[in-house]
Design a binder for this molecule. Structure first.
Ligand code: ADP
Ligand code: ZN
Length: 438
């Protein structure tokens, strides 16, 4: 008998391994349908297409998507709350709103089919990271308007896990339940996991001895250095996932166990990279702004949504056997990019230098102020408890030198006493802008 090669466990193996030509054919069929429905049912899309001089029937190939108008967050705000829905409101059985990290929240809606698809994609996403049916899933993503909590909740149920719908906050209680229930999988933001690790340390609890083996992270940028830190402190594997409420919520893309980028689920989304300045599509493999078109969403179809997230794509075969392209780790969003004396930096690049640096804890905040005509950056880091106050200045100077030599950043480093940097309850606030608005 022939020995069969071990097969990666997948939630929807047939779809996840669909040959790329068949995937492209499916995408085109779905794209044409989405464009038609959006045009026929949403006044905003009709007006945008008409003023760009394109008609739905002119989409004949996947490349034709480049002729379609972009959709931006402001379009959702201008059509607040339900103006972009493509189905009668009675068919929208769930509402969510984005967390409003960068302004007024935007409302999104789901039909029954949308919720089914969302559950499937969150289940796929969790399996890609290493979750399995029967696992106990401790879900510490916020429940409520934020898509994180309910998104993963339904994904975990769909997969056949036992879900603890914990939501964020009350970290001491989370630690008790993770141990008492014997959670296998933790779902939360990386910054909140660090908070859990810290509180556990303080309470003398060694979570490395608990059954917990995997964390499904997402919702914010984080560095490889942070992955290593949290993996060591909790004794688990930490996997990255990506999503955004305007497109779906969690479950848009998932890192597999190869850790070579995040598979974007192409049977439901069309991914493009454009130059954020010129908005022209960039050649394959180049870094730029991620643009996503939904291919199956009924309530809220999104045509060429500008995510503002910076990444690059690859469709090279992946060792896991999934055929869907991969998004390289998201370094940050254009809104969070700082330009300090001509140097462009994302908070996650600063994080990569700080985490693991001798004498400081992996907690930080970036404070942007104005000095004359220049923006000035102060990096606030926290001293480890054992560091004598007399050493703060020296450690700050060391950190400053490293930031300068590793990423070319000139800044002031302020070393704070233990506990002085606010801890994350969900999405961490990494930048404080104290510039006087002109
Ligand atoms: P808001 O735009 O109000 O923050 P969302 O809660 O929908 O609303 O957040 C989606 C955003 O979160 C993404 O556009 C991206 O900037 C960020 N994000 C989500 N997952 C990741 C990830 N794995 N890595 C980096 N950033 C992420
Ligand atoms: Zn893979």
């Amino acid at each position: 008998m022939a020995v069969q090669a071990p097969v990666t466990f997948m939630f929807q193996p047939e779809m996840e391994t669909l040959p790329r030509e068949r995937l492209a054919a499916l995408q085109l069929e779905r794209l044409r349908r989405t464009v038609r429905t959006a045009y026929d049912n949403v006044a905003h899309y009709r007006a945008a297409f008409d003023s760009a001089g394109v008609k739905p029937e002119e989409v004949r190939s996947l490349d034709d998507v480049a002729a379609l108008p972009f959709t931006v967050k402001d379009d959702l705000r201008r059509n607040y709350p339900f103006g972009l829905f493509a189905v009668p409101r009675q068919q929208v059985i769930r509402l969510h709103a984005s967390s409003g990290t960068t302004g007024k929240p935007t409302v999104v809606g789901y039909t029954r089919d949308d919720l089914g698809m969302w559950g499937d994609l969150c289940a796929r996403t969790m399996v890609a990271g290493g979750a399995r049916p029967g696992d106990i899933v401790h879900n510490a993503y916020g429940y409520g308007l934020f898509t994180g909590g309910l998104g993963y909740h339904y994904g975990a149920e769909r997969l056949g896990c036992t879900v603890t719908p914990m939501s964020g906050g009350n970290t001491e209680r989370q630690i008790v339940l993770i141990q008492d229930f014997g959670a296998d999988v933790l779902c939360c933001t990386p910054s909140y996991a660090l908070n859990i690790a810290e509180v556990a340390d303080r309470e003398g609890v060694d979570l490395r001895k608990a059954p917990l083996r995997l964390a499904v992270f997402g919702a914010e940028p984080w560095s490889e250095a942070m992955r290593k830190e949290i993996e060591e402190r909790l004794g688990i594997r930490c996997q990255d996932t990506f999503g955004l409420s305007e497109i779906l919520g969690p479950g848009v893309a998932a890192e597999c166990e190869e850790r070579a980028g995040l598979h974007g689920w192409e049977d439901h989304f069309l991914f493009e990279i454009v130059d954020p300045e010129t908005l022209k599509p960039l050649p394959a493999g180049e870094t730029g702004e991620l643009v996503i078109t939904t291919l199956t969403k009924q309530a809220l179809p999104m045509i060429r949504y500008r995510t503002r997230d910076i990444t690059r794509l690859t469709d090279e075969p992946c060792g896991c056997g999934r055929t869907h392209l991969r998004l390289m780790r998201i370094t940050g969003r254009t809104d969070d990019m700082l330009i300090i004396r001509g140097v462009n930096v994302f908070p996650s690049q600063v994080e990569a230098v700080l985490v693991g640096f001798p004498g400081v804890e992996p907690h930080y905040q970036l404070v942007v102020s104005r000095e004359g005509v220049y923006d000035h950056l102060t990096v606030e880091v926290e001293a480890v408890a054992a560091l004598p106050q007399a050493e703060y200045r020296r450690v700050g100077a060391d950190v400053g030198h490293h930031l300068k030599s590793m990423i070319g950043l000139s800044c002031t480093v302020a070393v704070k006493a233990p506990g002085e940097i606010p801890r994350s309850q969900g999405k961490a606030v990494r930048v404080r802008d104290v510039r006087k608005k002109a």
